[in-house]
Write a protein that binds this ligand. Structure first.
Ligand code: TXA
Ligand code: MG
Length: 313
């Protein structure tokens, strides 16, 4: 299959209408979209990524009016979060409507809904006249793509089209909040921090790392965000015990010899750059990537979550 690269949302929407799969930019990472009502298109999303079929997809909408067509019920807390944070890097999990095919939500009775804060994404979804399911547009297990070139690197020849945009603003995926219980529970940290959520829903809390076989967010069970290189937290182990060449990403210039190095001027820019830096290290044959730890509050919590997951393999 030839992968068409376009800047036209109309052309991209044409592929979706014909049952195709299209990568598109959002404010978090690039997504791989398909019509939420088209079973076979959704199957192609799973196939293109090599994604396990037990991992549910997020429904992306372009206006809040679409929520009632895909959700069965929306709690008061969910409504509060929608009013405060949509459009934005927040996914709310609510009870799903029977109209959505089971394959979209991996058989769950709930659906994650998100309205991206990104003009091209919103234009594309509007032009499709249907919500789009969209996981991150990477091969399963690889770091999420923050540029259209990273999408091409993973999925060329496996998807119909890439809607080309700028590098993404946040660089890590949305915060996922389960709103089906008595109080909202954060299943995946993201750039909307727990502190920000608690400003409007004081009881909101972060789920502890799932220890059971059936965590609420199935995606968290799968390996994630990893480059081929080994990821190590800087300061925890001696440099000379690790395979060279070495890479480093962080906020302060490190001691030691690094073949690839990125010093970021803020935690936000660190988060924005992390996944692309992982990919750059892989392209350049780096064997070990050191990541400087940051304070685990606000966006730092989400950044540390991604670094720790990448370091776990
Ligand atoms: O920022 C983002 O969320 C990006 C952009 C493209 O919007 N999308 C994204 O999708 O990161 P994905 O599929 O790579 O990650 C979605 C996560 C997975 O961990 C999945 O298990 C979880 O959200 N999830 C989706 N629907 C869920 C549901 N109904 N219940 C619990 N977890 C759900
Ligand atoms: Mg993903």
């Amino acid at each position: 299959m030839k992968t068409v690269i376009t800047e036209s949302t109309k052309e991209a929407a044409g592929f979706i209408a014909r049952g195709g799969v299209v990568a598109f930019p959002t404010e978090t990472v690039y997504g791989l979209g398909a019509d939420i009502y088209n079973d076979s298109a959704i199957r192609r999303v799973f196939a293109a990524k090599g994604r396990p079929s037990d991992n549910p997809l997020i429904a992306h909408i372009s206006n809040t009016g679409q929520i009632e067509t895909i959700a069965d019920s929306v709690s008061d807390d969910a409504q509060t979060l929608i009013e405060r944070f949509f459009p934005g890097p927040l996914t709310i999990v609510v009870e799903k409507s029977d109209h959505i095919p089971d394959i979209a939500t991996a058989g769950l009775v709930t659906v994650g809904i998100r309205m991206p804060d990104h003009q091209l994404a919103l234009e594309l979804i509007s032009a499709c006249r249907t919500p789009l399911v969209a996981p991150s547009a990477n091969l399963s297990g690889r770091p999420s793509p923050t540029t259209w070139q990273a999408v091409l690197e993973d999925l060329e020849g496996r998807i119909d089209c890439i809607l080309k945009g700028e590098p993404t603003e946040h660089g890590i995926e949305s915060t996922v909040v389960d709103c089906t219980g008595p109080v909202p529970q954060v299943l995946r940290l993201g750039s909307i921090s727990i502190e920000k959520l608690q400003e409007v829903v004081p009881g909101a809390y972060v789920a502890s790392t799932p220890a059971t076989d059936k965590p609420k967010s199935p995606g968290l069970r799968h390996r994630h965000y990893s480059p081929t290189a080994k990821v190590v937290i800087y300061g925890k182990t001696a440099l000379d015990q690790q395979m060279k060449p070495l890479g480093f990403i962080g906020l302060t210039d490190p001691f030691g010899e690094f073949s690839e190095k990125l010093i970021c001027d803020s935690v936000e820019s660190y988060a924005r750059s992390l996944f692309e830096f992982f990919r750059r290290c892989d392209r350049n044959g780096i064997q070990t990537v050191f990541c400087e730890p940051v304070k685990g509050d606000d966006i730092g919590a989400a950044l540390m979550d991604r670094i720790q997951r990448a370091a776990e393999k």
